[in-house]
Design a protein around this ligand. Structure first.
Ligand code: ATP
Length: 362
């Protein structure tokens, strides 16, 4: 129970498609994330699944039943909204009991179930509190408990962490994940935050302009992005236009090829493809290695250090070769610490391992 299928779903507002031709199957018990930039149709899709709006095309199935035209209360779906949408005139317990009243549960059942879920989200003693007396994180928990109390087949979470400060967000992220695994409830989570998507999800669908661009596990989406948008949106990366020629990618770096010709005049990299033509080349900052001394390896070349910044765990370094700028992220261990701390203007050697290079064709 709890499988969600979107079959060619599309929704337009005033003639403009907010999402279109969306085909997705979300398996029972999965933590599935809709990830994409603002305005790409994620919330619209969530509202279509919840039943607050109906699509112009396609169908929504829950557990094999076509629910496309069923009202929200007939779908057995719980939703936590971005702004929580709690009832300010009801206290915590009454908010959590609200859906149970609609389900016509007895007063005794409502009390027991509300107590169970208040306990589960760490609000056992908050029953009599007004909503206005709660912090953002506590309100978020009430919203979660209210959605879970009706024991839905599917839980829909619309950016539930976006209103919380960074520390609370990390805490709630861990709590949501633990709760979801414990209950085994199919969960669809909407976010534009790549860290949330990567840390929480079993699978991620990346959206752009209302369309699904890629579906995969966090590793699949991060390690083998399908196109430039996914590579840039899911994690930091260096992206270049390149011309491929039998296993070599040529990155034009703006330096003249004549009198100055030499290893720095243009960048040629060995790449994992024998195709010819143009493409984009992507390499993650943490996959580039820096050295004080020349490295006798393929794809190693001289660079000039532009900027170096310590971020605690990481050291972020900007280097340049010709007009090509590379961002490098090194774990703050001993790699370069063994030598003197490099300064802007210093010469270093960068290595771009062939296996870490991704070629993107759109
Ligand atoms: P965000 O991350 O900013 O919440 P989103 O990816 O969830 O964005 P949606 O809220 O689904 O995006 O909106 C998709 C598009 O549909 C946007 O261009 C938005 O302006 C439009 N849209 C959404 N709801 C309506 C509506 N009720 N009436 C008109 N246009 C709408």
């Amino acid at each position: 129970m709890g499988t969600v299928v979107l079959d060619g779903v599309g929704k337009s507002f005033d003639g403009v498609w907010a999402c279109s031709q969306v085909d997705l199957t979300i398996e029972k018990g999965e933590f599935f994330t809709f990830l994409g930039p603002s305005g790409c149709g994620k919330t619209t899709l969530l509202r279509l699944i919840a039943g607050f709006i109906t699509p112009q095309s396609g169908a929504v199935y829950i557990d094999g039943h076509d629910v496309t035209h069923l009202p929200p209360e007939k779908r057995n779906v719980g939703m936590v909204f971005q702004n929580y949408s709690l009832f300010p005139y009801l206290n915590v317990r009454q908010n959590i009991e609200y859906g149970l009243t609609i389900q016509k549960k007895s007063a005794r059942e409502r009390k027991d179930i509300a107590s169970l879920y208040m306990d589960m989200v760490g609000l056992a003693d908050f029953g009599e509190r007004k909503i206005s007396e709660l912090s953002g994180g506590e309100q978020q928990r009430v919203a979660l408990a209210r959605s879970l109390a009706v024991e839905p087949e599917v839980l829909l979470l619309d950016e539930p962490l976006s209103n919380l400060d960074a520390r609370l967000r990390d805490k709630m992220r861990a709590e949501i994940k633990a709760l979801q695994k414990r209950l085994g409830i199919t969960t669809i989570f909407v976010t534009h935050d790549q860290t949330e998507a990567l840390t929480l999800s079993d699978r991620i669908a990346v959206f752009d302009k209302g369309r699904v661009v890629q579906v995969g596990t966090p590793h699949q989406v991060y390690d083998t992005p399908r196109n430039v948008l996914v590579a840039k949106f899911v994690g930091d990366t260096n992206i270049f236009s390149a011309t491929l020629d039998n296993g070599t990618a040529r990155l034009e770096n703006g330096m003249s090829h004549g009198a100055e010709s030499g290893p720095e005049s243009r960048l040629e990299l060995r790449v994992p493809s024998a195709e010819n033509g143009t493409c984009h080349l992507s390499i993650r900052p943490q996959n580039i290695r820096l050295s004080h001394t020349p490295v006798n390896e393929p794809n190693s070349f001289k660079v000039r250090l532009v900027e170096r910044q310590l971020n605690g765990l990481w050291i972020d370094t900007i280097v340049q070769v010709g007009e090509i700028t590379l961002r490098v992220a090194e774990l703050n261990t001993v790699s370069l610490a063994a030598g003197p701390e490099p300064q802007p203007g210093d010469t270093l050697w960068a290595t771009l391992p062939e296996t870490a290079i991704r070629l993107l064709y759109e």
